[in-house]
Design a protein around this ligand. Sequence first.
Ligand code: C2E
Ligand code: CA
Ligand code: CA
Length: 748
Amino acid sequence: MTKDKLNKKDLWVFVIPFLALIVLFGMITSIYVKKQINELLKISEESTINIADTYADSLINYREATDIVVNLLDEKILVASEAVLLLDDSISSHSLIDVAKRFQVDQINLYNSRGEILYSNEEDYVGWNAYEGHPVYDFMISKQITLVEDIRQDTENKKFYKYGYVKRNDNTFVQIGVSADNIHSYISKFEIEQVIENITKTEEVEQVFFIDKNFEILASSISERVGEEIGDSGIREYILKAETGAGRSAIKGVESFHTYAPIFYNNEWVGTLSIVWKSDLMDSEIKSIIFSGIIELFITIFVIGAILHFAYRKNKSNIKIAYYDTLTGLPNAFYMDEYLSYKIKNLAKNKMAVILINYKNFKILNATYGFKYGDTVLKQMAIKMKDIIQPNNMLFRFNADRFVLVAEDYKDKEELLAIAQEIIEVIRNPIYGGFKYEYVDAEIAIFEIHDPKITVDKILQDTTLALNNLIKKSNENIIWFDQDMEVDLKRKDKIESTIRDIISGDDRKSFYLEFQPKVDTKTNKVIGFEALARMTIDGLGNISPLEFIELAEDRLLIYKLGNHILERAIDFVKNLVNSGHKNLMIAVNLSAMQILRNEFLDDVNLLINESGIDTSMLEFELTESFFLDNFETINDKLEDIKKLGISIALDDFGTGFSSFSRLRDLKIDTVKIDQSFIRKISELDESDLLTADIISMSHKLGLNVVAEGVENEEQRTYLKKFKCDILQGFLISRPIKCKEALEFLKCR
Ligand code: C2E
Ligand code: CA
Ligand code: CA
């Protein structure tokens, strides 16, 4: 569980997939770019192969055509030589001229056995002697009878001829020569050069080479390089493979792209055609592929980045709305619940405590200076507290003016106390911006968590309870939720559940009413009873109504319990009537929360109608404190109650707002002087007592006066002297059960 939901660490949740996507798209783009480049290379490779194939085809055609022509020449030479042989002894230069004409050959020479030309159709050649190393000489000394040479240059006239030889019986021999100047020029212009010339004309081609098996450049678009041997091992490798291929390598220091296509003739590999492509064109194409790849990648990264950025921001603001308080920026109660639940579950050996901080007088501050001012104070308080908290502690805004600090890994109680004191100090000290800081004070309740099964709700409930206890003590600022409180809490829970059972009718033995008689001061006759609620719980004994009534009010059970009391009091009235006592008045104590409920009057009416009792036998007792807050509203309600015929008594008179002017306006019939005034009768001098004045003033306002808590004769004498109307107290009787009350009436 992170201490900060907006922590930068959360950013990784977005950054990691973002980086992963960048890597992924980077890979996809590079694969795509590589593929595009490969395709481009392949197209170039294919086009070289096509060119090579075309060349191979034309080479084959050329070779065939050359063969045919050469064969024809050979035949011509042979036929002419046969004719010369037929001449026999009649050979002369003249006869040779005839034969040459007839068979359309260019040279006919007859050599003697020593290689000297005896006769020739060309007069000039007669007498020429073949010398050692000359092809004629080679034939002469060989054992061959006939020979047709390849086309060669004549050693004498430097023209090209195809020569044939035939030996005669006497070792003389005939040489026939056919001019092959035209054929030679055709052959010598080796077709590959033509092809190379054509290829070079192609726009994208830089250089063309035809390299033979020995790595010698046989032909090239760069004539100076013909005859050169390729030294580059990379290129040699391509050539040796005798396969089509493409590659990049440096030729004479210049990076270039080249393709290779082997040329086959008669199934025999004769060499490799290598084309060097204009690298700038190729490069710019490759560059544009890479460039567009990068652009696509950047667009993708930008789009994904933007999407993730907005998702992150949205997520962050959602977290902020859900988990943070808008005013102070502190984590809120929702976050606190999640955080504490997690921490409690993982409560190992670590110490952990909840510190509940409450701003004292915050309501007054709001009321005096306005809510805006209150908000500003809260904000500044939050900032100041944030400044002092340790990193292992965490501060939340719990509700309006309450904050919760979750402290962890502290040493001991002392340290917790120091934290609490520091917070109080910080809050008390003047804060920025001219605040009326004298209004700002804090109360703190500390709850140490030991039970890993405890719920967050329970902790907060208990801590709040501790704080409420503190508020009652009022002079202290820090309170610990301790064992006593826990016991107290358990007691309260038990009482609460008993009240619920009483209301629902499940519990009929724990609760009952007692009745305390009231007597006429003059006649000492019983004029009525006050109904007092009683509760006895197994294990807890008797519970004072002061305790369980207050608890019923706190836990919002008082309305239903109040109705239950009223019902039982009416039962008592019925009992009295049935026993023949009609002119008595039964007083029932009410809580302000009962009267303020809209349905109260209807419910009272219903009970009265169901029971059929005379409403004049009912009286409601209300304490002075009732009227503090809702004077007008309650007074109006009283009027409605009185309309039903029920009397109203003001209880505990003299303890609250003892103003007679107000008393005049109240719709009441009776005043009950508080016990404290009666007690004083025995304690003070007659002249110092206000009791007599209260009685006479009340009489002046036309009200009946009851004295409660009358315990001795001295008090009774005094009250009688000053004409108090009714007496109630232990002197007459303690509160007694219904049966005893009926007995009590019989005795009088
Ligand atoms: P209260 O209405 O002022 O009731 C009078 C209290 O004084 C009663 O205490 C009664 O027992 C006591 N008392 C009567 N005579 C004497 C005396 O001579 N000396 C002394 N020392 N005390 C005397 P109790 O019954 O404990 O009731 C306490 C308070 O609880 C009541 O004060 C009343 O405020 C409240 N209460 C009791 N029953 C009910 C009820 O049914 N409904 C409501 N709303 N409050 C009730
Ligand atoms: Ca009372
Ligand atoms: Ca009273």
